[in-house]
Design a protein around this ligand. Structure first.
Ligand SMILES: [Zn+2]
Length: 195
């Protein structure tokens, strides 16, 4: 279920993932929609910034499965972050992408950059079905993904997001055992970088 909040400034109802809990312990906190949050940050920073609410889009992955992406634009003073994410049970989950730009750049140009990155990522497939204990195997010696929070592990072990699907740490370990004695290289990158 999606939790709806009321924006403190414009009184619009927005989904929790589209809102920002903004403020400080001294001034108190307010829930703002992305637009009101960005406009306030731009005003405080003296930036020429125009918020755009992008419509969701559907894109196919390499297996022909559709994925619906929602977009969020978030200004943080130095950068504007443009994010694309899927929803699982009303909250962001599955594929997620982010690009950073200058707040005074054209947001549509940044969007074109993000869409290109999404296309490249969706055209790749790192895991394939397997009869073995993990149910999946590494297709071609290379895996890209995201490190997420695993509710069941209370944050002690990661939940991996690979090919837009959840892979537990244990499942991934089983997949790696197909390569016992081999070597690997693990490189960690910021969410806004392309891997
Ligand atoms: Zn608002």
């Amino acid at each position: 279920m999606t939790t709806l909040l009321v924006c403190h400034t414009c009184r619009e109802r927005v989904a929790g993932y589209e809102s920002v809990h903004y403020g400080s312990p001294e001034t108190g906190y307010r829930d703002l929609c992305s637009r009101c949050f960005n406009e306030e940050v731009a005003r405080l920073g003296g930036l020429k910034f125009e918020h755009v609410q992008f419509e969701s889009v559907e894109m196919m992955d390499a297996a022909g499965e559709p994925h619906r992406f929602h977009f969020s634009v978030r200004l943080n003073g130095e950068h504007v972050a443009l994010e694309a994410f899927e929803l699982k049970d009303g909250a962001p989950g599955g594929y997620a992408f982010e690009v950073l730009g200058d707040p005074e750049w054209d947001l549509f140009a940044l969007m074109a950059q993000l869409i290109e990155r999404m296309r490249r990522a969706l055209s790749r497939r790192h895991l394939e079905r397997d009869e073995g204990s993990a149910g999946l195997r590494i297709a071609e010696f290379l895996v890209r993904g995201r490190i997420d929070w695993d509710e069941n592990e209370d944050g002690h072990l990661p939940l991996l997001m690979i090919d837009g699907r959840e892979v537990t740490w244990e499942q991934f370990g089983r997949m790696l055992m197909a390569y016992e004695g081999w070597q690997f290289k693990l490189e960690i990158k910021d969410a806004s970088e392309e891997v």
